[in-house]
Design a protein around this ligand. Structure first.
Ligand code: DGP
Length: 144
């Protein structure tokens, strides 16, 4: 793993992928690793990472992204079937502004059990009335 070109020796998730730092592993294949989050938001909170180092979601190659989300889906299904979760949040934070603290792509799979669990992971509508939505749609489309 350390010989792969996308490896950052200072990255904690690279060290986990490389086996240098232990984790509670729940899934592994050639490209993807999933393990329990060390500071969970709920019971069974898991992280799915590419073994190779990519700074965030925006720069992950499509084939690896697809593999990572397939694993996230399986883990979400297992949280429901095995842990009794009623649903889950699938979240990836991009850059510090959005709450990313570990600069190695990862998907949070956070099981939800209780509507009153106090977790604020759901986005609430904000400022919509002040925004010119048609103009915004055009701006984004220009970058696709
Ligand atoms: P984010 O804030 O989106 O970058 O999430 C990073 C998550 O990684 C955070 O929920 C805590 C978790 N985390 C950080 N360091 C470690 C570690 O060494 N082991 C494990 N299992 N999780 C970690």
């Amino acid at each position: 793993m350390a010989n792969k070109h996308n490896f950052d020796p200072d990255c904690i998730f690279c060290k986990i992928a490389d086996g240098k730092i232990p984790c509670l592993k729940i899934y592994e294949d050639e490209d993807i690793l999933a393990f329990l989050d060390i500071s969970p938001s709920s019971k069974g909170h898991a992280l799915v990472i590419t073994k190779e180092h990519f700074a965030n979601f925006l720069v992950v190659p499509h084939d690896l992204l697809a593999k990572a989300y397939e694993v996230a889906q399986k883990i979400g299904q297992a949280q429901v079937s095995q842990l009794g979760a009623k649903g889950c949040n699938i979240i990836t934070n991009v850059n510090e502004i959005a709450g990313q603290s570990v600069k190695h792509f990862h998907i949070h799979v956070i099981p939800r059990y209780d509507p009153n669990d106090g977790l604020e992971l759901n986005f609430k509508p904000k400022m919509i009335e002040k925004l010119n939505l048609p103009v915004l749609a055009e701006e984004i489309k220009k970058g696709l």
